[in-house]
Structures are given as C-alpha cells and as structure tokens.
Design a protein around this ligand. Structure first.
Ligand code: 4AD
Ligand code: MG
Length: 490
C-alpha cells in the first residue's frame, strides 16, 4: 500500500535504486543507496566493478573481507546481475572518486563464467557482431547506443523547436518512392503455389491488400502530402532497401529522417540541412562528452595500427568541433567533376571508376572531394537529371535537376535531397520518360493539381549520422541488430 502523500515512484520498493551515473556525478557523503547492475569484474574477492549501462564508468562496490560468505561470493561472476545496498564513501584507492561499501548484496541473476562469451578483455568488433545480443554490455557499444539515443532525441527537439510536425508515414506501401526498384515485397500469398491470372502472372488481387505491396524505401512522397498542408513536417522511421550492397555504409533496414517543407527552395533546403547536422553534433558534444571522449580514444587506438596515410587528420572530437565551426563547402556537380578531372588522383589513374560529366559519382570520388580536396563536408547540387529521381525539380539548362547531396568525411553521402518539381506538366513529362506509373501515383499528383507550391526536402541517413558522430567505421556497429545481405540474426 502507498503511504499517504508519498509519490507513487517512491513506493515501488524493488526499483528504488540510484543510477550509477547519478551517483558518480554527485558527491559521496556516507549516504545509504541501492544500486543494481551487472558485474564487469570481481577482484581480490573484494572489489566488484558494477555497471548499469548509465555510463561506462563502473561503480566500485566493496565487499569487505569476512563480511560475506565465501560460497556466496563465488556467485559474483562477470555479468551476474546484482542488487547492492551500501554506504557511498569517498574512495581511498586510485582510479575512482567514490566507492560503495556494501551492507547487503543480492544476486538477481547468476551468470556462468564458463559459458559467458564476453571476457573482460578487448574483443574484435567482428566477434561482437556475432554476439550482438550481448554487445550492449561492452564499453564501446554502451557509448555508441547512448550517443544514438541522444541523436534521436535531438532530432525531435530540433524540429519541434522549429514548429515542424512529426508525421508517421506508412511502412507498407504500394509505391516505389525512389523509383529504383530495390524493394522488399510484402505478401501473404503462398510462395509455392500463388494464385495466377490467365496469362500465368501472379494475381495480386488475391493478396492481403488486394494489390502488390512493399516495405517503404522512403516516406518522402507521403511527407510531401503533409507538407502541402502543414508547411513543415518531418518523418523519422525505418526504411528498407533490397540493394545488394555489402559495404560499411549500407544496410537493408535503416532509419531515415526526412523533413519536407513547403515554400522552401534548394537554398533554404541546404541551409536547413546544414544547421540540422550542426545542431545534432552540438547537442551530443554538450550532453555526451564522456562517451565521445571514450569513442575518440577508441578510434585513436584503432588507428595506431594503420599506416600513417590511412589515419584521420583529426581526432574525433577535433573533427566534430571543426565541422561545427566551419561552413560546409557548396559546389555544383559540374564543379565537382572538374575538380576530380584536375586531381592528381585522376591523373595518376588512382580511381577505380572513370570520371566524366554524367557519372553517378562513386564513393571513391566523393571521398576524394571531402577528405583530400576540401577536407570538410561538401554540399553538391545540380546533378544530371538522368541519375536522379523523377520528383526533382528540373533546372532551366534542361540537363540538371535541383538536387543536393551532403558528403561527409569518412562517410560519403550522408544527406540526399532536392527541390521538388511543383509544375504538373514538367513532372508528368518526367514520370513518363522514366516509366513511373502516373495513374498509380494519382494521389501524389493531386498536390500539384490543388494549390501546388515550391517545396523541398531531404533525407538524412540516421546510421550514417551516428557513424559520423561516433567515428565507428562500419554501419553494422551503430544499429543494434543490423540487416544486411545474408544476415538477419537476432
Ligand atoms: O539519397 P536517398 O536515397 O534519398 C531518399 O530516399 C529521398 N527520398 C530523401 C528525401 O529527399 N526525402 O537516401 C537518403 C539518405 C542517404 O543520403 C543516406 O544517408 C541514407 O539515406 N541511405 C542509407 N543509409 C544506410 N543504408 C542504405 N542502404 C542507405 N541508402 C540511403
Ligand atoms: Mg542519394
């Protein structure tokens, strides 16, 4: 029962615990506290390093010699879950400012040290991917996922502060927003014996939705519908691409933030994207300093094994500060191609893929521009229309569209966006040229029919942003359970 006047959270006796981060941020004044967490190490039958996921810094719990039964202490093994009550005192030992003198220890869950796969030593990221269900319990992934959380929060904060509406666009859709045909089919028809039409083709009228459906590749088209009523909206949700790209920057399931704004031209769009990225970096720099410092050290240690020319020019925090302080470089696609053609890399035939006006730049080209030439994020705009999606606004030159990509050091493309084609005739003409079915997208075209306006938007790949901020080299290490070709474990 709840004593009169006590707030309900103080009555939940089991969960009356203090998080380790809260303790470590404060002072040790001989106060009595309860903590719960998992054992990282136990040394000298006396010192327990306890971690509860709130910080990488463990709390030193002291089980004074003779106070606890030896048989009981044998159960204090790496990863066992404990509830500890004790007195928080300033620590005499080196390495921590306080420690918890245990008065009572309860084992909430045992962990067999013979079978627990994580040892208190350095494991490779590849090995940890195979035990992704346990890697949350390591310092690296502790930091990565706390930063990922902070970024997700900051995204909502950024748009909320600017009056954008968060719109939930559908996950299951009948349309291919990007027109690239890289979709996962959603169906309840039997694989081995689907109903067929007279001509032998599959009869999707019999399918769950009475039509062919897929997992969405982008919420943009639906986002445009909302933007042409609310003015400024954003989506933040999972998107799916069945592209067979086995790289350190591609996932088959990734999260994307897609703002869409009425009354914005391509310049406004670029300005929003740049300030958005800087806001996210500033937020994490302010709120996740400890994790960033840990990740910076991790990256520095990892790079020590690389040859000099493969190491980053700047440490992680230095890089983030640099990005905050400097304007992104803004160039046209045509200028980008000229820079590549003039580059020593091109002249010495260092690029694997050829360069000429009209190519879809490969990652080696993008990385040359940001890492070697400009040494900072670059916004490239006005791409050739034949390599971009049907909805992008056609420029007067007849060759290019008002597209813009942001390229980031170490990542390559982090944002893709454009001003949208608001002119009905031009849009329909382009759709026909690209074999995009205008009848299926009747609802999309209605926005151009009824009060069309200049509007723009972009997509930020969430995991690529997390990679950029954490310095993690592989995108599989910034999402809890990555989906990539031939892997969908957990
Ligand atoms: O450039 P993309 O394909 O653009 C769109 O989807 C537009 N509808 C966005 C818009 O204008 N509203 O994707 C946008 C971003 C890329 O810049 C990249 O950061 C990320 O999404 N991205 C991926 N991230 C991880 N794995 C993949 N397979 C990705 N494909 C794109
Ligand atoms: Mg793109």
């Amino acid at each position: 029962m709840r004593p009169k006047g006590l707030p309900i959270y103080l009555c939940a006796m089991f969960n009356q615990r203090t998080k380790i981060k809260t303790l470590l941020d404060g002072e040790a004044n001989n106060q009595e506290v309860t903590v719960m967490g998992w054992v990282r190490t136990f040394r000298n039958n006396q010192f327990i390093a306890l971690n509860d996921g709130s910080t990488n810094t463990n709390l030193q719990v002291v089980a004074e010699l003779g106070s606890f039964d030896d048989e009981f202490l044998k159960r204090v093994t790496t990863s066992a879950a404990l509830k500890v009550r004790g007195i928080l005192v300033p620590s005499l030992g080196k390495g921590q400012k306080m420690e918890l003198k245990a008065t009572a220890i309860e084992i909430l869950g045992d962990s067999d040290p013979e079978k627990y796969p994580l040892q208190p030593k350095k494991h490779s990221l590849e090995f940890l991917r195979e035990i992704a269900h346990l890697r949350f319990r390591t310092n690296t992934f502790g930091s990565v996922f706390r930063v990922r959380h902070a970024l997700a929060y900051a995204i909502h904060k950024f748009y909320n502060e600017r009056g954008f509406l968060y719109i939930h666009t559908p996950i299951i859709t009948g349309s291919d927003a990007e027109g690239a045909g890289e979709m996962f089919r959603v169906s309840t028809l039997p694989f081995d014996n689907p109903p067929r039409n007279e001509d032998g083709s599959i009869n999707y009228k019999e399918d769950f939705f009475g039509r062919n459906t897929n997992l969405t590749v982008s919420g943009q088209l639906e986002g445009e519908l909302a933007a042409t009523a609310f003015g400024e909206i954003y989506t933040f949700g999972p998107t799916f691409r069945a592209e067979n790209s086995n790289t350190s920057r591609h996932l088959a399931e990734f999260w994307m933030i897609e703002p869409e704004m009425a009354f914005y031209d391509i310049e406004d769009n670029m300005n929003l994207a740049e300030s958005f990225i800087k806001y996210l970096i500033a937020y994490v720099m302010e709120h996740n300093r400890e994790d960033l410092e840990f990740l910076a050290q991790r990256q520095a240690d990892e790079e020590k094994q690389l040859p000099q020319d493969k190491r980053s020019d700047m440490g992680l925090i230095e890089k983030l500060e640099f990005v905050l302080k400097n304007d992104f470089e803004r160039i046209t696609y045509t200028e980008a191609i000229d820079i590549l053609l003039q580059s020593p890399a091109y002249k010495k035939k260092k690029f694997q893929y050829d360069v000429s006006w009209g190519i879809d730049m490969q990652s080696e080209h993008e990385r040359y521009l940001v890492e070697k030439h400009f040494k900072k994020p670059v916004i490239v705009r006005n791409y050739p229309k034949h390599i971009k999606a049907f909805y992008m606004r056609q420029n007067d030159d007849g060759k290019t569209v008002a597209a813009m990509d942001i390229l980031a050091p170490g990542i390559g493309e982090i944002v893709g966006g454009s001003q949208r084609e608001e002119r009905m005739d031009k849009l329909v003409e382009r759709m026909k040229e690209m074999h995009i079915p205008t009848d299926e997208l009747w609802w999309y075209l209605d926005t151009r029919r009824f009060g069309t306006v200049p509007h723009s938007g972009f997509g930020l790949g969430f995991e690529r942003m997390v990679q950029f901020v954490t310095g993690m080299g592989n995108i599989r290490d910034v999402i809890p359970f990555p989906r990539t070709p031939k892997t969908a474990e957990f």
